[in-house]
Every structure is written in C-alpha cells, then in structure tokens.
Ligand binder design. Structure first.
Ligand code: MN
Length: 328
C-alpha cells in the first residue's frame, strides 16, 4: 500500500524498517552514472546491501565503479531468498531491468516519466521534475538527517550523476545547482575532474559511429520543427544528442540483432513542445514494444521492426503530435 507523507518522512520510515535487512539495490540495464551513483549512495544507508547492475555498463559508469572500487554484482546471480527485497533506482520499468522480475520490490526511486512504469513498490519516490536520480537521492539523504552518510566518495559519485544526467544543465532547476555545489564541496573535487567521468571522451568506435550517423542524416521540416533521422551500428543516444545540436528533433535507430529489434533514441531541443516520451510511447504501442523516458530525451525498443520502417513511424507519430498541438 502506498505510504502517506513527505518523501523524506516516508523514506525515514523505510530506512528504520530495512536498514538492518539484506537488500539488493539495482539500477537499469546499460547502467549509467546517474543510476550507479544513486545506488552507491543508498548502499551506505543499508550496510547489508548489495549494488546490482548487469555487465553492460556505459563508459562513465565503468569509470565511476572502478574509481570508487564499488562492488557491483549481477542481479541475476543473487539468490532472491537471501534478501528481503529489491530497491530499484533510476527506472520503474521491467523492460529496462528484466532481472527484477520475481523480486519483491521494496522501493523505487526514479525521475523518469510514468509512461513506461509497470513496477510497483511499497515506497515509491518519483519526481519527474528532477533532472537526475542522483539529485533525488542526495536530497533524500540530507532531508532525513543522514548527511554524515554522504562521505567524500558518495558526494563525488552524486556530483558526477547530477552532471551527467542533466544534458549539461539544460533541464536543471535551482535545486540542481545548489545540491551539486554542496556535493562538490564535500567531494573536494574540481569540475573538470567530475566531467571526465560524467562525459567521458568517446573512443574511436564511438567517434566513427557519430560521424556515420551524421553522414546518414535525413531531415524534414514539419510543424515548425526540423526533424532529423539517422541510423547507426552503436552509440545511438550519443548520435541523437549530437544531431539535435543542429536539428530540433532527432530520431536515431540501431538494429539489435540479438533481440531482433530496433532501438530508437530520440532527443529534442529545449523549445520543442512535443513530449518525445509520448511520441515514443505511441510508436512502441503500435509495434508491441516499449517506449518512454523524458520529454526531451526518450527511447523505444521495437521488436521485429527494421530501422527504416521504425524511423518512418517515429516521424509520422511526431507529425500527428504537432498537428494536435497546432489545434490547441
Ligand atoms: Mn537518470
């Protein structure tokens, strides 16, 4: 049953109930620094906890884990019966963390929009106005009076998470800067140092993927927006972020041979009024896939659909939204 009260009060109650218990703390597959830093910070409040992720990590997450010598296990390798349950951070959708199926979900902390949400927990702290899960977790720990548990390392991790997930502060609010300043102070770290992990140098393959994405761009001007599409073999989200520096909206597709599905990464500039998470949700629904995310950064996984058809559908769905928007 959903608990009443302010998030920090609810979380305090949750802490006193579970701090002695063995809990697993997991983030989504293809973990990023936001998810990993939030899980790492929470793990300090639950001394018997285990941090989990699958081994497909992004580069920043890999760097953060090794720098702070985190012990990260595969959720699949844990014996469910040894634990009281699972805390999930930075997602609330089983499609992004399939290994969570069957687990008792004790708590969800997430900043994604609720479209793709199909997980339920006794305690759910969801704030889609927060640019990162790291910001939510930093504030929760402070508000429950557990600041002492924000060690130098935890503050370092949370700083990196806040910097990494906010699209270079495009989605920041006053609290983002205030929280980041407090965390950086505690971490004693300089911004350039944090940035090397928050935005790691792309490797050669990533650079090639991004350049190829630019060569393959097609674009259409519709509903007042410049909409670009492209296709890559990897780094689709990096490519989408890059393309949207010039276009208003970018849809970048990648065919995933293993899953026999097209993965779409969608990005929009700040002024775009169409929420891409809804566009992705609509496209995913048509193909029986999963889609969602944020208004300006969203994604979808479309089983059995080839990249060109998937991209065509993304643009069509986007146009439908612009037509609706112009009627309002
Ligand atoms: Mn996040």
């Amino acid at each position: 049953m959903a608990k009443q009260g302010l998030p920090a009060e609810q979380f305090s109650g949750f802490l006193s109930e579970f701090c002695d218990k063995r809990v697993a703390i997991a983030t989504h597959d293809r973990a990023d620094v936001d998810g990993i830093s939030a899980a790492f910070a929470l793990s300090k409040l639950f001394p018997k906890s285990v941090i989990c992720s699958n081994d497909e990590l992004n580069e920043g997450a890999r760097m953060l884990i090794s720098r702070l010598e985190m012990d990260v296990k595969e959720l699949e390798d844990l014996k469910m019966d040894d634990f009281s349950g699972l805390i999930v951070v930075d997602t609330s959708a089983y499609t992004l963390i399939p290994a969570a199926k069957g687990w008792k979900i004790l708590c969800i902390i997430d900043h994604h929009r609720a479209d793709g949400k199909d997980m339920k927990a006794g305690l759910e702290i969801l704030d889609s106005s927060s640019p990162s899960s790291a910001e939510i977790v930093a504030n929760l720990i402070e508000e429950c009076g557990r600041e002492k548990d924000i060690s130098k390392d935890v503050a370092f991790a949370l700083s990196v998470g806040i910097i990494a997930d906010g699209a270079r502060f495009k989605s920041a609010r006053t609290n983002t800067f205030a929280t980041l300043a407090r965390m950086m102070e505690k971490a004693g770290a300089k911004y350039p140092e944090l940035l090397t992990i928050a935005e790691p140098e792309p490797d050669t393959d990533a650079k090639i993927a991004m350049l190829k994405a630019m060569q393959r761009i097609e674009y259409v001007y519709t509903g007042g927006y410049m909409v670009a599409t492209s296709e890559v073999g990897s780094n689709e989200s990096d490519a989408a972020s890059l393309i949207v520096e010039a276009a208003d909206v970018a849809f970048v597709a990648k065919w995933k041979d293993k899953e026999k599905a097209t993965r779409i990464s969608a990005r929009a500039r700040g002024a775009v009024k169409i929420p891409l998470n809804e566009v992705m949700g609509k496209v995913a629904k048509e193909f029986g896939g999963a889609g969602g995310g944020h208004a300006k950064a969203a994604g979808a996984s479309l089983p059995g659909v080839h990249t060109d058809e998937a991209l065509k559908k993304c643009v069509e769905a986007f146009i439908i939204f612009t037509e609706r928007e112009s009627k309002n």
